[in-house]
Structures are given as C-alpha cells and as structure tokens.
Write a protein that binds this ligand. Structure first.
Ligand code: SF4
Length: 272
C-alpha cells in the first residue's frame, strides 16, 4: 500500500448523493474489485492498482473548519469516492474529526461504509442529525474477501448497525451492487434480507451492478481466476445493452419477492 499525506484546497464539495460530500482520503484500502470510484486515478495520476494507494488529506480539519463558516448548511455524504472508515481512519481519525466539525456547525451527516470501525465513534455519532448506512453484498466470507478484500466481515457490519440502532441513531442498509450469478443468487439475497430483517431500518437501498467500462478489467481479472465459466456472460452484461436490461429486470423481480417475504418491501428503494 502506497500512503501519502497531501494537502487539499477544498473538502466540502457539491454532490449528487446529498448536498455535499466529504472525502478525507483519496483512494480506499477496502479495494473493492467493482469499485466505481477507481475513475479518480485518471485525475490523480496514480498508476497503482485501485486499493493499493491512499492519499491522506492531512489538512482536512483546517479546510473544513473554514468551509462550514461560508457554505449554506445541508446534508453531507461521507464518503462518495472512498470509505471514510477505511483502515487508515484508525490512525488518522480525519472522518471522525470532520463529523464533529459538521455537527457543531449545524450540518446533517449521512455515512455509508463497509467498515464496522465506526463503532469507535458512536459517542459523537449519537446525534439526531446523523444517519449511518452499511453496504452489504454477501454473507459468504470467501466472496467478500475476493471482491471487498479490505472491508469488515459482513456480519460485523450488521452487528455495528445494531449497536448504532440501540443508541437511537438512524440506520439504513445499502444492498449491492450484486454480481450476476455470483452474489445475486436467490440464496444470497435471501440470506442477506433474513439477516437484516430484524434491524430497525430507516430504509434499504438495493442497487444493481453498474457495468461501467472502467471497472471491467478488474472484474474480469477475478472472473478469469475464480469464475472462468462466467467471463463470456459478463462480457454481454457489460457491453450488450439488451442482455444487461433483461438481467436487471430479473434481479428486480427476484429481489422484490424476497423483500416481500421478509416484510422489507415497504422500506425498500430499488434501482432495478
Ligand atoms: S469501500 Fe466503497 S470506496 Fe472503498 S473500494 Fe469499496 S466500493 Fe470503493
């Protein structure tokens, strides 16, 4: 892992996911093989594979303290192109510090993470303007290690959400993206929904795989090594629109049925 400390000029940036997003790190130690954020290498100039570099925005606190004074209050998504609670957060504590600054300044905070490490911060996250979401894709730990190598085990994320809920924090779940014929099976969807059915969730967002060409080389590499029989099918999913549309329709139908079975459908928002 190549780690660098850098200085940023701006941290509180406009975002389509909320009013703003804050990313204290450029790069992500979770290294998900399907991560859409890998496109940032085009602008950062990094040649290392995604997951093998992180730039730490070491002046994040100072920059944010100035920005919250001059920008209108709103909801802040943490984080949009990295995970705010990725392994380096344990050392730098920048996301924690930024949440404190945002809350003191009257902003709302929405967290989405694949880490259970946010448990260390429940003392500050126990706040009416905070909501915490965990991304879940599979309960199969072999698959999780293959596709999301640096993340927390899925059950740990669910347990962390439970602990946050017990503190009265608003919690939610992001299901997906699912990998066709690998993590989108009825068995996997059923296991995930059963596991979250007892949580008191504000909402669930279920997302399909977005077959962006820039994630294809990384996904193909895992397929070639572990699922060679699926390479041709994935090529169609990525590059043949009708195949992709038919696939997402099937996924949506299957997910709806399973969500209904577990009484989750009313809290569900779906992209397919
Ligand atoms: S946790 Fe999110 S940002 Fe980090 S590698 Fe995975 S998908 Fe990308």
């Amino acid at each position: 892992m190549k780690i660098a400390q850098i200085k940023c000029k701006s941290l509180l940036v406009d975002s389509g996911l909320a009013d703003y997003a804050v990313n204290c790190y450029r790069g992500c130690g979770h290294g998900c093989r399907y991560c859409y954020a890998r496109y940032i290498r085009r602008f950062s100039g990094h040649k290392e594979p995604w997951g093998e570099f992180v730039d730490v925005r070491i002046n994040a606190r100072e920059v944010l303290e100035k920005e919250v004074k001059r920008k209108p209050k709103g909801r802040v998504f943490i984080s949009s192109v990295c995970d705010g609670w990725q392994p380096l957060e344990e050392k730098y504590r920048l996301s924690r510090a930024c949440v404190q600054i945002l809350l003191e300044a009257g902003f709302k905070v929405t967290i989405l993470t694949k880490s259970a490490f946010f448990l260390q911060d429940l003392d500050i996250l126990e706040h009416p303007r905070v909501s915490i979401g965990a991304t879940l894709t599979t309960l199969d730990e072999d698959l999780r290690r293959l596709f999301e190598p640096g993340s927390s085990p899925t059950l740990q994320r669910i347990k962390a959400l439970k602990a946050a809920d017990k503190k009265g924090i608003t919690v939610w779940v992001f299901l997906g993206p699912f990998l066709p014929e690998i993590s989108d099976t009825e068995e996997n969807l059923e296991a995930l929904m059963k596991a979250i059915a007892r949580l008191r969730l504000d909402h669930i967002y279920l997302d399909k795989l977005n077959p962006r060409p820039d994630i294809w080389p990384s996904v193909r590499e895992v397929l070639e090594e572990h699922f060679p029989h699926l390479v041709d099918y994935y090529k169609k999913i990525f590059f043949h629109r009708p195949t992709y549309k038919a696939y997402t329709k099937r996924l949506g139908q299957a997910a709806r049925l399973i969500a209904q079975k577990h009484n989750l459908f009313d809290t569900m928002r779906m992209s397919c």
